[in-house]
Design a protein around this ligand. Structure first.
Ligand SMILES: NC(=O)c1cc2c(=O)c3cc(F)ccc3oc2nc1N
Length: 331
């Protein structure tokens, strides 16, 4: 077999093993086999440097220390979400929607946990990750591609045979709480300032100039929006389908989601997770409620700042720990 074909085969095998191990928590290959194949690919890439490809697992941490980040315009803007602070406000939002879509339309919702991290905009061309950008002001963000490439939950190549010409993905980079605590513990030992919370630690890490530092922090990522920019590729017609397609493409998609037919079941999803969220390995600050149908999303469109077809239903702010409150009262 030609060496180039062998190197491509090695890459596919390592990517599949990575996906199974990292995203499906179901290893298909012993570590020592993975390491041997990885070293074999590295040796071949050193011997044939012009056969190195950007999606090779060996290319995750590279690019040297950046001088700064270039500001780039998003291909598709990233809007923010309107907030609702209780079920009453959610009911008002639903009533407004129903008014806009007409009473004959039965509206179906998708409820997703709102991950408390930093939004990222990813661009894939012919299935290969070409750009990773911070949210910025929604119109332009900072090109942090070399840092994004170090996030293991973000595929360097989409896991599909015939990828669309271009795919835009949005998702949330975040740090699981345990990882956040470990990072702060290491900073404390080095006498460095501590991060206030996982979200700040995530944004501080994404803007590091050295990808090696980003890689050490082991950021995580959940994808939540997909735009297939390719007229002859099949495109999803609902948010639920998009989430399934994102998982097929090799992204980590948050499993705690539900298609709801009524405000009542949205409320139940919200109340369930308001209670259970402490058991999650990462911070969430609410539930994102979205209209499932893309046709209806299209019909509703956007205001100056928000999509009319999505809202963030926020969890009440964390209770101040009682002992702290007791001290306040004594003072
Ligand atoms: N933090 C999140 O977990 C999360 C955030 C957003 C958004 O910010 C968001 C913004 C839009 F304009 C439209 C849809 C969105 O969907 C989203 N879905 C999510 N799951």
């Amino acid at each position: 077999m030609k060496v180039e074909a062998w190197m491509n085969q090695l890459r596919r095998q390592l990517q599949r093993a990575n996906y199974a191990y990292y995203l499906q928590d179901d290893p298909i290959m012993q570590d020592e086999v993975y390491d041997r194949l990885y070293r074999e690919l590295q040796a071949l890439e050193e011997k044939y440097p012009d056969l190195v490809t950007p999606d090779s697992p060996t290319q995750r941490v590279g690019g040297g220390v950046a001088e700064g980040f270039v500001s780039v315009k998003h291909n598709i803007p990233l809007y923010s979400l309107e907030n609702a602070f209780d079920l009453g406000e959610l009911a008002q939002w639903v009533a407004r929607l129903q008014g806009q879509v007409g009473d004959d339309e039965t509206v179906e919702y998708v409820c997703e946990l709102k991950i408390d991290g930093n939004a990222l905009a990813l661009t894939y061309e012919d299935g290969v990750l070409v750009r990773g950008v911070t949210r910025g002001d929604g119109e332009t963000g900072e090109d942090i591609t070399n840092n994004v490439r170090t996030i293991r939950a973000i595929p360097l190549r989409l896991a599909m045979e015939n990828p669309p010409a271009r795919v835009e993905v949005r998702g949330e980079a975040f740090l699981p709480r345990q990882r956040f605590e470990k990072i702060n513990q290491m900073r404390q030992e080095k006498g460095e300032s501590l991060f206030a919370n996982p979200r700040n630690a995530t944004s501080g890490t994404l803007r590091q100039f050295d990808p090696k530092v980003v890689a050490q922090r082991q950021l995580d990522f959940f994808a939540y929006t997909l735009y297939v920019v390719d007229e002859n590729a099949e495109t999803p017609t609902t948010q639920a389908e998009s989430l399934e397609l994102l998982a097929e493409m090799g992204f980590q998609v948050n499993p705690q989601r539900e298609v709801c037919q009524s405000l009542k079941t949205v409320g139940e999803f919200f109340e369930t997770w308001e209670k259970k969220r402490a058991s999650l390995l990462y911070d969430t600050d609410g539930v994102v409620v979205k209209i499932n149908s893309y046709a209806l999303q299209e019909k509703l469109g956007f205001t100056q700042k928000f999509p009319r077809w999505a809202i963030a239903l926020k969890f009440p702010a964390e209770e101040v720990p009682t002992k702290l409150r007791a001290i306040t009262i004594n003072v």
